[in-house]
Design a protein around this ligand. Structure first.
Ligand SMILES: NC(=O)c1ccc[n+]([C@@H]2O[C@H](COP(=O)([O-])OP(=O)(O)OC[C@H]3O[C@@H](n4cnc5c(N)ncnc54)[C@H](O)[C@@H]3O)[C@@H](O)[C@H]2O)c1
Length: 267
């Protein structure tokens, strides 16, 4: 591993207390970045930051609810106070709660959209305002939004989540056009089926609404029937692409969503 690939990058990662956000933060730090881990689970974020420091990296953490404008501004300010500036934002925080189409409630819509869609835009704005203020640098500032296979597909039991992740794709495209004048690129990656807490909960919820009969069936069924590589993934499967998008190797890219789904969605 190149331990200097991300040297000089000061990176805020949302939803970094566990799952893919934590794995990406650990990888970024191992590649030389200074990372700020934001999460509503402040103890979890603090523990991952401590683990990174124990391993010789540079990390801090902050309590962050991505749907709060005050929190987003404060998380960016904390990153700048600790590291001097912010160069990269990773919008990773996200939730899911499956319901069949006719069972969807306004509350289900508002909660998922508030965190996945508004939370992404809110943090993009907070970071972009700071990047604009910092002014031009030789290489682009980067915003990386975590989409999903459901940025390009929709399933009958997760329509609201799909809508929120289509919104994330729209913000990658529209954000790229809006922010390039400030030397900010906007890209993203779209995982498929990843074994994290989110999916453990989703698996339970899918059994509860009657989509699958027993725990564990959802992942195995999708792997067998819908993933070309015939396996689901782990957070380690996304860190390479996440690092590429934070690194100089992606400097001439903007407005793109890269799928990391074992061949689940091909468009
Ligand atoms: N697991 C999958 O199969 C999968 C597939 C495609 C996309 N994704 C997306 O990847 C991202 C990470 O998912 P994961 O599977 O690692 O999930 P996870 O549940 O393991 O981690 C999500 C983190 O986000 C935090 N979070 C939740 N609401 C928040 C809020 N309002 N403000 C700040 N932090 C908040 C949680 O505390 C948690 O630490 C999400 O955007 C998710 O939608 C996941």
């Amino acid at each position: 591993m190149d331990t200097t690939r991300l040297s000089g990058k000061n990176i805020l990662i949302t939803g970094a207390a566990q799952g893919m956000g934590a794995a990406v933060a650990v990888e970024y730090a191992a590649q030389g970045a200074k990372v700020c881990l934001g999460d509503i689970n402040v103890e979890g974020a603090a523990a991952v930051a401590q683990q990174i420091r124990d391993d010789g990296g540079t990390a801090t953490h902050v309590r962050l609810d991505v749907s709060s404008e005050e929190d987003a501004a404060a998380a960016v300010a904390h990153t700048v106070a600790e590291f001097g500036s912010i160069n990269v934002l990773v919008n990773n925080a996200g939730i899911n709660k499956p319901l069949f189409f006719l069972d969807i409630t306004r509350d289900n819509w508002q909660r998922i959209m508030d965190i996945n869609a508004w939370g992404t835009l809110n943090c993009m704005q907070a970071a972009a305002r700071q990047m604009k203020e910092q002014g031009k640098q030789d290489y682009p500032y980067k915003i990386i939004n975590v989409g999903s296979i459901l940025s390009r597909e929709a399933f009958d039991d997760v329509v609201v989540y799909s809508a929120s992740k289509h919104a994330v794709l729209a913000m990658i495209k529209g954000g790229a056009k809006a922010l390039i004048e400030h030397n900010i690129t906007v890209n993203g990656y779209g995982p498929g089926v990843v074994r994290t807490e989110l999916w453990e909960q989703l698996d339970k919820d899918l059994v509860a609404i009657g989509k699958f009969d027993k725990p564990g069936e959802s992942m195995d069924s999708l792997a067998e029937n819908m993933i070309l590589m015939k396996r689901y993934s782990y957070p380690e499967d996304v860190v390479g692409t996440a690092s590429f998008l934070a690194s100089a190797d992606s400097d001439y890219m903007t407005g793109q969503l890269i799928m990391i789904d074992g061949g689940m969605v091909i468009q």
